[in-house]
Design a protein around this ligand. Structure first.
Ligand code: S3P
Length: 178
């Protein structure tokens, strides 16, 4: 079974995905890291040298490549992955275990403040504008994120609590949210 974690930048997809993969005893794949390995360049470098359109093209390409495999894994995709091309359709077609890690804009702004320089889409946004930017960006992205079968409200949860919440919904697949 493939388990796919989606959510805005800074929502803990990589950290929780790794922890979940250990619990489930399946490999963990981070789509950004997979792209970096395949392209031999960091996501930041790809954005800088080739631009976002090129990044979105290869992001879709490598996502399809991964989803076509018969392997079980936990996959953390980038914050924008579900929102471009037919990526969300590919994701929901490949498994019903699609989990949206949902944070309010205020929490995301707090979580991203120290690391925004690592993320090309928000690196140049002044700190005081970050929450507003995220609120608008999330509004655009929500229609895609909402297509996930499971939605986990993450605000205020520790990593351990977040992991438990994910396990609860994927191990009891009848409810679609908590
Ligand atoms: C992006 C999120 C990033 C990375 C790229 C674009 C986005 O991944 O794919 O910088 O569009 O939200 P994380 O969500 O892992 O930061």
């Amino acid at each position: 079974m493939k388990i796919i974690l989606i959510g805005y930048m800074g929502s803990g997809k990589t950290t929780l995905g790794k922890a979940l993969s250990l619990k489930k005893n399946v490999p963990f794949i981070d789509l950004d890291q997979y792209i970096e390995m395949k392209e031999g360049a960091s996501v930041r470098r790809i954005f800088k040298d080739r631009g976002e359109i090129y990044f979105r093209k290869i992001e879709s390409y490598y996502l399809s490549e991964l989803l076509a495999s018969q392997e079980d894994f936990v996959l953390a995709v980038g914050g924008g992955t579900p929102c471009f091309g037919n990526n969300m359709q590919l994701i929901t077609d490949s498994t019903e275990m699609v989990v949206y890690l949902k944070y309010q804009p205020k929490s995301l702004a707090e979580r991203l403040l120290q690391e925004k320089h690592l993320r090309p889409l928000i690196a140049d946004i002044v700190d005081t504008d970050l929450e507003d930017f995220i609120r608008k960006h999330l509004f655009d992205r929500n229609p895609f994120y909402m297509q996930a079968k499971y939605h986990i409200p993450m605000d205020g949860l520790t990593d351990v609590e977040g992991l438990k919440a994910i396990e609860r919904v994927i191990d009891a697949p009848k409810s679609s949210s908590i």
